[in-house]
Design a protein. Structure first.
Length: 204
């Protein structure tokens, strides 16, 4: 049987992706902060938003993302800086308590844009995502096989593993709210978001 992806190569990718998914980065920090600030439902919505952005990046990879990054590096740098500033604004907003009221950890207290859109913007601006699609994923692609089926299978693995780890981080953050006093909500979630913003802006 002719598989769309070489099985050994795919298994290797699963191992690499599992390690990348578990590694703390802007996306996972955002997941924790969202869980702390707005509870379980918001954490899951944020996870869905981040994985929607991952799908966009997979589409860009199919169109030749590596070539675009090489030809227009300033554009991707601008996206990272703008996204990092947006995450920093979310962190400052969380610390100041603007538009957020801590309450039931299982209930989402949405921002004006909501965790779904916030999550999308965090992952879309995440340099780790660009690095993944330009440096990590290409060696696993087999030029002798059709590209679309390979990208589809790699997308299933990537989004599946990301969904598991992002949800775990986010739900862990939501669980922390039961052990904290009200003022701690904003400081912890805001601090995590500011760290995530710094990682986005200053990571090359």
């Amino acid at each position: 049987m002719d598989w769309p992806v070489d099985p050994h190569r795919y298994l290797t990718f699963l191992g690499v992706m599992a390690l990348l998914a578990m590694t703390p980065g802007p996306a996972n920090l955002f997941a924790v902060a969202t869980g702390v600030r707005d509870g379980k439902a918001a954490a899951l919505l944020g996870m869905m938003g981040m994985n929607a952005a991952t799908l966009v990046w997979f589409g860009a990879a199919a169109l030749g993302l590596g070539t675009l990054v090489t030809a227009f590096p300033a554009i991707f740098r601008f996206i990272a800086i703008a996204g990092g500033l947006y995450v920093a604004w979310l962190g400052i907003q969380a610390i100041c308590g603007t538009g957020h009221a801590p309450g039931d950890p299982g209930k989402a207290h949405l921002t004006r844009r909501g965790p779904l859109i916030d999550g999308f913007m965090v992952q879309f601006a995440n340099p780790k995502a660009v690095l993944f699609f330009t440096a990590v994923l290409p060696p696993f692609l087999d030029p002798a096989r059709p590209l679309a089926p390979q990208l589809a299978l790699f997308a299933v693995a990537t989004i599946g593993l990301d969904a598991i780890t992002m949800s775990a981080y986010g739900l862990s953050g939501a669980a922390l709210t039961r052990r904290m006093t009200d003022p701690a909500f904003g400081w912890i979630s805001g601090g995590l978001l500011l760290i995530a913003a710094a990682m986005i802006i200053f990571r090359h």
